[in-house]
Design a protein around this ligand. Structure first.
Ligand code: ATP
Length: 270
């Protein structure tokens, strides 16, 4: 049997589960991104960095279809999202899991009910199965079983993040979007969370798009890093690629004292 790759797909492009080309997004006169290209590869943890207010969350929301773009194409799993009908869109939504900044759990619902929300929206399951699945997700993210019936206000910051992650995993997504998942956690909690993401990537084969300011997460958990500045992705690649860049923002970000303190010595440029 021949294993000829698909026509006009280079090996790299064939593995891109998200492919953004020439994207422009603006709010009125204010242009947030213009000419932005980005590939997210199957099975990777991509760390997405950029200065505050540069448009990291807007890009996430645009890929998710929550913000309108002015120009450009977004392909997910090889399909142009503009060409999908409503039904195909809904099918696509189920393949995404999203963890918004600060968790965004519903305060009036228990952890279990929060996790069950997407299941109720997309699946027709018996109450018993809903409970079993929610308990499975709770275990998967390392929460104790008794967290299920607690309100978000009864949880620690780290537990809230885990509960939000459990909700993002509710529909067994293939791609998970995480918006600053370790913000507000102490270094041990943040390291534990990174460990959890890496384990889930390995065991579930997840692709992870992670907006982060956390240098430790970038160094430890991310397979590749993409950097946003000047309204587009200015660099994408390994940590070494970031360090080799002459772009002023990257030099300031990765060359600063905080970054240098974390970097393995052989990555440092003199
Ligand atoms: N709905 C909106 N209407 C108008 N402007 C918006 C809207 N959403 C975001 N913006 C603007 O877009 C810019 C990018 O915002 P975004 O939240 O994506 O930044 P960010 O890179 O995620 O920042 P941070 O790291 O601080 O979270 C900001 O100037 C913000 O004010």
């Amino acid at each position: 049997m021949s294993a000829t790759p698909a026509k006009d797909a280079s090996p790299g492009e064939a593995d891109a589960v998200i492919r953004v080309r020439n994207l422009k997004v603006a709010f009125g006169e204010k242009v947030i991104m213009d000419g932005l290209d980005l590939d997210v590869m199957r099975g990777e943890i991509l760390g997405f960095v950029g200065g505050s207010g540069q448009g990291k969350s807007v890009l996430t929301r645009t890929i998710l279809g929550l913000v309108r773009k002015q120009r450009g194409t977004i392909e997910v799993f090889g399909e142009d999202v503009d060409k999908l009908d409503q039904r195909a869109h809904r099918t696509l939504e189920r393949r995404f899991g999203v963890m918004f900044q600060h968790g965004a759990l519903f305060s009036a619902l228990s952890v279990k009910q929060n996790i069950q929300l997407p299941m109720r929206e997309y699946l027709k399951l018996s109450p018993r199965l809903l409970d079993e699945l929610a308990m499975l997700k709770i275990e998967m993210v390392g929460l104790p079983p008794d967290a299920a019936d607690k309100a978000p206000s009864e949880l620690s910051g780290g537990m809230i993040k885990r509960a939000a992650l459990a909700r993002a995993l509710a529909l067994d997504p293939e791609i998970v979007f995480l918006d600053e998942p370790t913000s507000g956690l102490d270094p041990i909690g943040a390291a534990d969370f990174d460990e959890l993401i890496m384990t889930l990537k390995q065991t579930l084969g997840l692709t992870v798009f992670m907006v982060t300011h956390d240098l430790d997460s970038l160094f430890v958990a991310c397979d590749r890093i993409a950097a946003l500045a000047d309204k587009r992705v200015i660099a994408v690649g390994s940590l070494a690629d970031m360090l080799a860049s002459d772009h002023p923002w990257l030099k300031a970000y990765f060359g600063g004292e905080r970054a240098r303190a974390r970097l393995p010595k052989d990555n440092l440029r003199t």
